[in-house]
Design a protein around this ligand. Structure first.
Ligand code: NAD
Length: 492
């Protein structure tokens, strides 16, 4: 079995504990590699290295343009190794090769985009109200960034953090999910090959309590950029608050996908399917609440069922597979429990609702694509994040009703509206409480488009020009150009 190493201070290294743990392939259920079991001492080594790189090393001496050049080199190496990295991700998280390959092919764009932005983070000169002074602002790196990532799209979600953080001049310590650490450790080697100085990018793998907690609490970590569940996010934010650290939180969702009677129903059906069954529903932006106008409800459900029944479960490495396994055993149990909860609440399973046992499911942790009708918005299945291939369909009567139901949830990551009425599209996009609203599409993301949550779905934004501001702090410099000191006991 392949045995991976930590990446600290520009070198691959064994964990100080001398311990490793197995990582499993969700399709076969078999262990395929050993991941270093890091602890607080490895975290300290990594953070100290990142802090040295930030304050003393050659990294601190580079111009922003030179940082951009390094990011471009890294982008090219990721593009070169995209097939290898995507294959590793499929082995670890069981998502379709088609999906992970698509992500890996796209990831270099994040590094090119922020490489271009690196030397455009300009301060301003201030038209001061005080004579004889000159003042200007500088945007300086916020410091050592702890990047903590989940298992569903390991390298893509990491890139959303590290591309702007490195462009801004920060250094990084990454703690990937214990379920999907391998691709992040493989990525680390590319930093050395690209010529990044030691300590700029470090990876400590392991568990939340053993690596995540000491990383969050380390005094030399200035910012925590987290993607994961809202319960872990809250915990981290509480600790960060105690230590007065900056945070960015990309958390869960329960996104409404709203289909009006005047929509292009074929396109809407595709959008509904991609909203919930793509990535086996293991995506923060899953359109897990499908709101359908009463006048078209039955016909639309029929159309959806016809499409969903064609979904092929199976080996995620095969190009014709459409629904892969659930990534982790605990998540598998959780999805099955939610199916039981939905049934006990009175929802009707019109599709699926069982473990996937077809021969093509192998030994994997499969759940059949599942659709519930007769869902009320106050049911747990309509309010809580399942993170699996389970769709809840809720009826609505009119626009006001749709809006009320859509917003009646504690999350606010994404929402979609399907309609041909431009006025309705504008009204809904203004009133839906979500960080992303799609009109007549679903699950579109870009390095250029700000992404993040309203309400319990998070704090801060990733992607787009503003994301680089998440990794800088503003300094205001005052220069006395000849003002004469007056009374020293009062403010100037
Ligand atoms: P999780 O919260 O269980 O774990 C996320 C990361 O936090 C892992 O690396 C984990 O080891 C680490 N962690 C756990 N306890 C910790 C602690 N006490 N201190 C520090 N780190 C700790 O989430 P998950 O199950 O890996 O991912 C699924 C969740 O992520 C879903 O809720 C999903 O909606 C969310 N997610 C959000 C986005 C987004 O951009 N908004 C994207 C993908 C996934």
């Amino acid at each position: 079995m392949k045995r991976y190493l930590l990446h600290i201070d520009g070198a691959a290294r064994e964990p100080r504990s001398g311990r490793w743990f197995d990582t499993q392939n969700p399709y076969t259920g078999e262990s395929w590699a050993q991941i270093p079991r890091g602890d607080a001492s490895d975290v300290d080594d990594a953070v100290q290295a990142a802090h040295r790189a930030l304050t003393q090393g050659p990294w601190a001496e580079l111009t922003a343009t030179q940082r951009g050049a390094l990011l471009r080199r890294l982008a090219d190496l990721i593009a070169r190794d995209a097939v290898q990295l995507a294959t590793t991700e499929v082995r670890d998280n069981g998502k379709l090769l088609a999906e992970m390959q698509g992500q890996l092919n796209y990831i270099p764009q994040w590094f090119h985009y922020y490489a271009g932005l690196a030397d455009k983070v300009q301060g301003s000169t201030l038209p001061l109200d005080k004579k004889g002074y000159f003042a200007f602002t500088r945007h300086e790196p916020v410091g050592v960034v702890a990047a903590i990532t989940p298992w569903n799209s390991p390298l893509m979600l990491l890139s959303w953090k590290i591309a702007p953080a490195l462009a801004a001049g920060c250094t990084v310590v990454v703690k990937p999910s214990e379920f999907t650490s391998a691709s992040t450790l493989e990525l680390a080697g590319l930093f050395d090959e690209a010529g990044f100085p030691p300590g700029v990018f470090n990876v400590v793998t392991g568990f939340g309590a053993e690596v995540g907690t000491p990383l969050v609490e380390h005094p030399l970590v200035a910012k925590i950029s987290f993607t994961g569940s809202d319960s872990t996010g809250r915990l981290i934010n509480e600790k960060a608050g105690r230590h007065l650290k900056h945070t960015a939180m990309e958390l869960g969702g329960k996104s409404p996908n709203v289909v009006f009677e005047d929509a292009d129903l074929e396109q809407a059906a595709y959008g509904a399917i991609s909203g919930i069954f793509a990535a086996t529903g293991q995506t923060c932006i899953a359109g897990s609440r499908l709101l359908v106008q009463s006048s078209i409800h039955d016909a639309f459900v029929e159309r959806l069922l016809a499409l969903a029944r064609t979904a092929r479960m199976g080996d995620p490495m095969r190009p014709d597979t459409q629904v892969g396994p659930i990534t982790t055993p605990p998540q598998y149990q959780k999805v099955l429990e939610y199916i039981d909860i939905a049934r006990s609440e009175g929802a009707t399973a019109v599709l699926g609702g069982e473990r996937g046992r077809a021969p093509e499911c192998g030994q994997g942790w499969f759940v059949q694509p599942t659709i519930f009708t007769n869902v009320r918005n106050d049911m747990r299945i309509a309010q809580e994040e399942v993170f699996g291939p389970v769709l809840s369909i809720i009826r609505f009567e009119n626009e006001a009703d749709a809006l009320r139901i859509a917003n009646d949830v504690r999350f606010g990551l994404a929402a979609a509206v399907w309609t041909k009425d431009i006025g309705r599209a504008i009204r809904m996009s203004e009133r839906l409480q979500a960080g992303t609203v799609w009109v007549n599409t679903y699950r579109a993301v870009s390095f250029m488009a700000p992404f993040g949550g309203y309400k319990d779905s998070g704090l801060g934004r990733e992607n787009g020009i503003d994301a680089i501001r998440e990794y800088v702090q503003t300094k205001c410099v005052w220069i006395n150009g000849g003002a004469v000191a007056g009374n020293p006991f009062v403010m100037r």
